[in-house]
Design a protein around this ligand. Structure first.
Ligand code: KIV
Length: 271
């Protein structure tokens, strides 16, 4: 998609201004050109090319298997469909945790090979050196605290995080550290709403919640869940706006029936 100069691109500064003005930030995931185009033209502020692609696009149980090359493929497809919104790309598991040089090299590949605008990483104090190095190279970084799916085998479950005071305190500190390290926003996933609200008030950068209540500065959902493409995942925080699974299934059943019954194609649908 060619860049339309009339369209004013959402930037990290826009998000900062939205928080200051009390305007909520809308974010959804996308993984391909066609859906990115629908979501972008519908007025979303941010598209996240999430490593949830590992689940909803590739059918893996966790986000761990997706590779940097695969994330680059998804992100470069999304960017061609996103004319107005800010596009953030997840650094996948294993591409930034070991040391900050590797983290920077991974982030640079995303920026160079996809044309995306920012990257996202999971974790707090443990990955701070990587965050600082990426930020100092001029690459905007979004943080991600609370339930961090890349650490699922450490947690053992996908239940609500930071209910205990010790974990809540670490999250409070991590949010401050990420802000100080230069992150432009932080995703807060599946933590108590009161904690998310408190953290959102304690930092100047926007928080984007998923299962973290209404006190965050914005909200994110996985596109496949909110559009009902994937209907098996039904956590309490999810609002399903459509049932594409059912609609598509009915359409395919009708098509099969039409082909088998000789009703498709008809005389107007041939040359
Ligand atoms: O990968 C993803 O989709 C995410 C969101 C759940 C925030 O990280």
């Amino acid at each position: 998609m060619s860049m339309n100069k009339e369209v004013k691109r959402v930037t990290t500064n826009t998000l900062q201004k939205m928080k200051a003005a009390g305007e909520k930030i809308s974010m959804l995931t996308a993984y391909d050109f066609s859906f990115a185009r629908i979501i972008d033209s519908a007025g979303i502020d941010v598209i996240l090319v999430g490593d949830s692609a590992s689940n909803v696009m590739a059918g893996h149980e966790t986000t761990l298997p997706i590779t940097l090359d695969q994330m680059i493929y998804h992100a470069s497809s999304v960017i061609r469909g996103a004319e107005r919104c800010l596009v953030v790309v997840d650094l996948p598991f294993g591409s930034y945790q070991s040391n900050s040089d590797i983290a920077l090299a991974s982030a640079v590949r995303i920026m160079k090979e996809t044309g995306a605008h920012c990257i996202k990483v999971e974790g707090g104090e443990e990955i701070l050196e990587s965050v600082k190095k990426i930020v100092s190279a001029g690459i905007p970084v979004m943080g991600h605290l609370g339930l961090t799916p890349q650490s699922i085998y450490k947690f053992g479950t996908y239940t609500v995080r930071a209910k205990e005071e010790m974990e809540a305190n670490k999250l409070r500190e991590d949010a401050k550290l990420l802000e100080k390290a230069g992150c432009f926003a932080i995703v807060l996933e599946k933590i108590p709403a009161t904690l998310a609200k408190e953290v959102s008030k304690s930092i100047k950068i926007p928080t984007i919640g998923i299962g973290a209540g209404s006190g965050c500065d914005g909200q994110v959902l996985v596109m496949h869940d909110m559009l009902g493409i994937n209907t098996e995942f039904k956590p309490r925080f999810l609002r399903q706006y459509l049932n594409i699974h059912e609609m598509a299934s009915k359409a395919v059943q009708q098509y099969v029936q039409d082909v088998k019954g000789g009703q498709f194609p008809n005389k107007d649908e041939q040359y």
